[in-house]
Design a protein around this ligand. Structure first.
Ligand code: ZN
Length: 154
């Protein structure tokens, strides 16, 4: 089967019911099937939905943004980081393929950094509305992403 472009709206909610993100009211998201452009727990659901269908899906942390790893929280010496101002929430990445480390505590010369995704460890609820399904164009397949509304504009 040829890959398809799936266009959908979604609202993402945390365990406590707090809305984290919603595309409703702005542009929907368009993905090229099979390219890992959404979290692992969501793609198979999208693939079996029909146009116009709405679904609520609860995705466990391990199929969303991953489990929370305590050992991805590390302490470093202040001098190991670039000089200049340092604030809680600052982000560092040692290499392109290394995890993004976020500064969570600054205690004298010791800096605590967390390499977990901000949504790691959370089971997330998705309210999905499938807007459209169409066959991907050869160009989209070559690029590995959807074009047009909700996709890449270029
Ligand atoms: Zn492209």
């Amino acid at each position: 089967m040829n890959p398809r472009v799936i266009t959908f709206h979604y609202t993402m909610t945390a365990e406590d019911g707090q809305e984290i993100f919603s595309s409703v009211g702005s542009e929907p998201l368009a993905i090229l099937e099979g390219n890992g452009q959404v979290i692992p727990g969501l793609e198979p659901v999208l693939s079996e939905m029909a146009e116009g269908e709405k679904r609520r899906v609860v995705v466990p942390a391990e199929e969303a943004f991953g489990e929370y790893h305590d050992d991805w929280v590390i302490q470093v010496e202040r001098e190991q980081l670039p000089p200049g101002e340092l604030n809680i929430g600052d982000m560092f990445q040692a290499a392109d393929d290394a995890p993004v480390m976020v500064v969570t505590e600054i205690e004298g010369d010791t800096v605590v950094m967390d390499g977990n995704h901000p949504l790691a460890g959370h089971d997330l609820t998705f309210d999905v509305e499938l807007i459209g399904i169409r066959e991907a164009t050869p160009e989209e397949i070559a690029h590995g992403h959807a074009h047009g509304e909700g996709g890449h504009e270029h």
